[in-house]
Design a protein around this ligand. Structure first.
Ligand SMILES: [Zn+2]
Length: 385
């Protein structure tokens, strides 16, 4: 394995890029590393002024039809986890490298960067692109801003390899994750005269009852995909907040819920009938309370990765790895977003998801070596094709 891979991973892990913090230090560092080697870099900042950015880089010709190597730069928090060493300091022991993000997924980014000199050594016929995103861990929020630039000011690649930790297996399907905030506005008043007000908590309870009823329908009628456990789309109401005091009619209530879609499932299966239900209830309520409102807003939208059946990404990785098996993944990735943007997509990267998000997260050296071997075969392919 290249010593550069370990040195680069050491550097990347040292940036504390927990999703709640800025990733700009890391992005600038990678930008400088690439620029020093003559690689064209495009920084795509978060549009809302947050101190975060995606990075796009191209090695080879600036043309359509390239291959994207995609990774997220953010990591999950370490608070409350019993780490035996500093999570932001790479530690080598037992043929493993320990540190936050080693598996998920700075190891993959380190590999991409370590192989840049080999990518540059001979002209590539097919361009290789790096797409390094922010805020993946909190709902794949960063990549869509980069994907908007692709095909507009950036060339349109043919396929994307998302280097999330699959133990180098070919991940061709996963569920999608969506989340929503439903906000209810009622009217306050003294609790002794509840009919004079409109209790937002009670209305929220009606909506949650309806959501639960709709979810029961999904569990009964599908769609089903038995590669997943559970084999249907799933739904959870995770947070509810409302009211101010026990003797005040609650004016506000909101709840947060997520929907994990099997391929073929979509949150519209809940959202559309829920909107009908809310419209019917509001039509009745607004005769007395004109400003009553029920508003559902989307927060996270990471679509499922749909199996492509002989898709370009799978065909290329089968060729490069010799693998004849594919897997369904128990976690969501940005792959569905790349696919929705019109690219063939697959998830394949070093490390194991079982080690991700854990205290003492690590990556096995032999996983990094396998990742390096795959990228070398990709480079050789990109020179000839
Ligand atoms: Zn990840």
């Amino acid at each position: 394995m290249l010593p550069a891979t370990v040195a680069l991973l050491d550097r990347l892990v040292a940036f504390d890029t927990v999703s709640s913090r800025s990733n700009l230090g890391l992005i600038r560092w990678i930008g400088d590393y690439l620029a020093e080697r003559g690689v064209a870099v495009e920084i795509v900042p978060a549009p809302d002024g947050q101190p975060k950015a995606n990075l796009w880089a191209t090695i080879g010709p600036q043309k359509d039809g390239g291959i994207v190597l995609s990774g997220h730069t953010d990591v999950v928090p370490v608070e409350g986890q019993p780490w035996s060493s500093d999570p932001f300091k790479l530690l080598a022991a037992n043929d493993r490298l320990y540190g936050r993000g080693t598996s998920d997924m700075k190891g993959f980014i380190a590999l991409c960067l370590a192989l840049v000199p080999e990518m540059l050594a001979q002209p590539l016929m097919t361009p290789l692109h790096f797409a390094f995103s922010f805020d993946e861990e909190i709902g794949c929020l960063g990549a869509p801003h980069l994907l908007k630039a692709i095909g507009a000011k950036l060339p349109r690649p043919r396929l994307a390899i998302i280097g999330e930790p699959t133990g180098m297996k070919l991940g061709v399907r996963h569920k999608g994750v969506y989340s929503f905030r439903t906000e209810i506005t009622g009217r306050d008043g003294h609790s002794s005269q509840p009919e004079r007000g409109l209790n937002a908590i009670s209305l929220a309870a009606e909506l949650i009852g309806e959501i639960t009823r709709l979810y029961d329908g999904l569990r009964r009628d599908g769609p089903f995909d038995h590669a997943f456990d559970p084999p249907h789309s799933s739904l959870n109401i995770g947070v509810i907040e409302g009211g101010t005091a026990v003797n005040i009619i609650a004016r506000h209530c909101h709840f947060l819920w997520d929907f994990r879609a099997v391929p073929g499932g979509h949150p519209d299966q809940i959202l559309l009938p829920l909107a009908d239900f809310a419209a019917r209830r509001l039509a009745a309520i607004r005769r007395d309370f004109a400003d009553a409102a029920i508003v559902t807003t989307p927060r996270v939208s990471a679509p499922p990765l749909l199996e492509e059946h002989d898709g370009a990404a799978e065909a290329l990785l089968r060729l490069l790895t010799g693998a004849n098996e594919t897997v369904s993944l128990p976690f969501a990735t940005e792959a569905g977003q790349f696919q929705e943007a019109g690219m063939s997509a697959i998830v394949c990267g070093p490390g194991h998801i079982a080690q991700a998000h854990q205290p003492d997260e690590y990556i096995d050296l032999d996983q990094l070596a396998a990742g390096e071997a795959l990228l070398r075969r990709l480079i050789a392919w990109a020179r000839e094709n």
